[in-house]
Design a protein around this ligand. Structure first.
Ligand SMILES: [Zn+2]
Length: 165
């Protein structure tokens, strides 16, 4: 848990679909099982080296599994608990699809021109597109929305505006 170089892979159980989408937006690889039973969840988490995120106390207490018992019902608090307990996202925000959990492919403004609002096209230079579902992501308004929703205190890395240093 203290080794920050350890890759973070999550598996969210059926009650945590919204949390899974937020974690993906933040840059965590987060698989999600909508209707798997405890046994299947445990097997997949173990097989893929994922930390199982669950609100189920008995599942969280299972031996031989890395788990995190999610305490709050509020997704904002759930995100905060994950970040504070397990560490900041290994990848920049908006680097994977919130629905498919696959890394986005870079796209130029020309490639997305007919599919995003004109003002977005004028103000954003870099876009990401999901190779699976085709959704398009860009930093500006998406990041603002995430910050507003989650609170400024959460670590949000952006590949668009590196502000460190
Ligand atoms: Zn997608």
């Amino acid at each position: 848990m203290t080794d920050t170089n350890e890759p973070l892979y999550f598996l969210a159980d059926g009650m945590l679909g919204r949390l899974a989408r937020w974690l993906r937006l933040l840059g965590y690889d987060t698989a999600y099982e909508n209707d798997a039973d405890d046994l299947e969840l445990a097997r997949r988490a173990r097989a893929e080296g994922r930390i199982l995120l669950t609100r189920d106390r008995s599942l969280a207490a299972r031996r031989g599994l890395r788990t995190l018992l999610i305490e709050s019902e509020q997704v904002r608090e759930q995100v905060r608990q994950v970040v504070e307990t397990l560490g900041p996202p290994p990848s920049p925000a908006l680097s994977r699809c919130s629905l498919c959990n696959v890394p986005l492919s870079p796209a130029t403004p020309q490639q997305v021109a007919d599919r995003v609002p004109p003002y977005v096209l004028q103000t954003q230079k870099r876009f990401g597109i999901c190779p699976t579902c085709g959704r398009i992501y860009w930093a500006g308004t998406h990041l603002q929305h995430m910050k507003r929703y989650l609170g400024e205190s959460l670590p949000l890395q952006s590949s668009e505006n590196p502000e460190d240093g």
